[in-house]
Design a protein around this ligand. Structure first.
Ligand code: TXE
Length: 493
């Protein structure tokens, strides 16, 4: 079995405890590699390395912004060159479809190109200050050491959303990938030196959130925590970060509504609802896990949806023809099946799936059949809690006001979809929906250029786009006396 090492200060190290843990292939349920189990000692060493690399006189800080940007862009080139390898590691470790991973890895470099290009466009301003004899300007400066804590569902993409802007802005990183998907992070770690990052600029510590989450988040030399994960863990991270008055970016999932009006193109909407919940086996923060369907088209829509969803090809995620892969982790597999039981007990009507997949092509993997419930009431747990799996709740609505009311009546606010041919609705609905992203007549589109993040309990801050660079900068105001007339020292100037 492959036995990985961790990355601190440009060195590949064994964990001080001498402990590794197994990582499993969700398609077979079998372990395939050993991941270092880091503890506080590795966190301390990684933060110290990142702090030293951030120091005023380090090569990272003395480099020009253009040179820094070129290194960030080079990382994009190297990821592109290694896309096949990284994709197959992820498919084996995480069960993500190889087809999806090839798509993601073909696109991930764009974040490094975009933010690498932005590195030397970070500019301060000269303020036309109202005080005579003073020259006042601002500098946009990096924060320091960033703790990037990432989940297992799109490991390299979600890490990239943090690393690309943070590095372009001149910060240094301690990256803690999920214990369920560390292999791809460690494989990507091999590219940092080749890209030209000085040692210590990016460090990778692996292990369990329960072992190293707290020492990392509360470390006094960590300036900011950039976290993607579940909302309960996010709440704990936010609380710990608050003790050190640290900055945070939190992206915490959702219960997004995909709303289909009676004037929608039905075939497109069916595809949109399918892509919202069954792509990536429903394990996405933006999953459109509630389909709100106008009453007048409900039955016909459900019929078409069932026909298409029941054709989804499940099986080996490494095959390009597979459409629905396994659930990534054992605990998540159990959680999805538990929610299916909860929905049945609550009285929702299971119209498709509702069981583990017993298909021969699914072997011994952790597969759950694409599952569709109708008769879901907005008050049911299945309509309110994040399942993070291929489980769709269908809720009928009467009119636009009711659709908005149901869509917004959740603690989350990450995304929403609207399907309509009406220009008036296409314009008015996005303004009424409480969500950080609204798609109209499309779903699950993201870009390095467009800000992404949550309203309400779905998170704090924005990733991607011009907004994201500001999440990794702080503004300094500089005052220079240019006349040399020392005023009365006892009054404010
Ligand atoms: O996530 P965790 P889990 C949701 C989804 C899923 C649920 C649980 O509903 O079923 O969360 O998944 C690290 N201090 N999402 O348990 O725990 C952990 O090691 C600091 C939605 O896998 O949030 C990992 O690196 N860090 C989501 C990261 O937090 C801690 C994506 C995320 O793991 C920590 C994933 C601690 N005390 C799950 N405890 C999305 N937004 O898309 C754990 N971690």
């Amino acid at each position: 079995m492959e036995k990985y090492k961790l990355l601190i200060n440009g060195q590949w190290l064994e964990p001080q405890s001498g402990e590794w843990f197994e990582t499993e292939n969700p398609f077979t349920g079998q372990p395939w590699a050993m991941i270092p189990r880091c503890g506080k000692a590795e966190v301390d060493a990684a933060v110290a390395a990142a702090k030293a690399a951030f120091h005023q006189k380090s090569p990272w800080r003395t480099m020009t912004a253009s040179a820094r940007g070129a290194i960030v862009r080079k990382l994009g080139d190297l990821i592109a060159a290694n896309a096949d390898h990284l994709a197959s590691i992820e498919t084996r470790d995480n069960g993500k479809l190889y087809a999806e991973m090839r798509g993601q890895l073909g696109y991930i470099p764009q974040w490094y190109y975009y933010f690498g290009g932005l590195a030397d466009k970070i500019e301060g301003r000269v303020i036309p200050i109202d005080k005579p004899g003073i020259f006042n300007y601002t500098r946009e400066e990096p924060l320091g050491v960033i703790a990037a804590i990432t989940p297992w569902n799109s490991p390299l993409m979600l890490a990239t959303w943090k690393l690309a802007p943070a590095l372009a802005a001149g910060n240094t990183i301690v990256w803690k990938p999920s214990e369920f998907s560390s292999a791809s992070a460690l494989e990507m770690g091999r590219l940092f030196e080749e890209a030209g990052f000085p040692p210590g600029v990016v460090n990778i510590v692996t292990g369990f959130g329960s072992d190293i989450g707290e020492p990392l988040v509360t470390h006094p030399d960590v300036a900011k925590v950039a976290f993607t994960g579940g909302d309960k863990t996010g709440e704990a991270v936010y609380g710990m970060a608050a003790r050190g008055i640290k900055k945070v970016t939190l992206e915490l999932g959702g219960k997004s509504a995909n709303i289909v009006f009676d004037d929608a193109s039905m075939d497109d909407a069916v595809k949109g609802v399918i892509s919202g919940i069954f792509a990536a086996t429903g394990q996405t923060c933006i999953a459109g896990s509630r389909a709100l369907i106008h009453k007048s088209i409900h039955d016909k829509f459900v019929e078409k949806l069932l026909a298409m969803a029941s054709q989804a090809r499940m099986g080996d995620p490494s095959q390009m023809t597979t459409q629905v892969g396994p659930i990534t982790t054992r605990p998540q597999y159990r959680k999805v099946l538990e929610y299916i039981e909860i929905a049945k007990q609550e009285g929702a009507v299971c119209r498709l799936g509702g069981t583990p997949a017993a298909r021969p092509e699914c072997g011994t993997g952790w597969f759950v059949e694409p599952t569709i419930f109708t008769g879901v009431k907005p008050t049911m747990r299945i309509a309110n809690e994040e399942v993070f799996g291929p489980v769709l709740s269908i809720i009928p609505f009467e009119d636009e006001d009711e659709a908005v009311e149901i869509a917004n009546n959740t603690i989350y606010g990450l995304a929403a979809g609207v399907w309509t041919q009406s220009i008036q609705r296409a314009l008015s609905m996005p303004a009424r929906l409480e969500a950080g992203t609204v798609w109209v007549n499309t779903y699950r589109a993201v870009s390095y250029m467009s800000p992404f993040g949550g309203f309400k309990r779905s998170g704090i801050g924005r990733e991607s786009g011009l907004h994201a660079i500001n999440e990794y900068l702080q503004t300094k105001s500089v005052w220079i006396d240019i006349v040399g007339n020392a005023p009365n020292p006892f009054v404010m100037r």
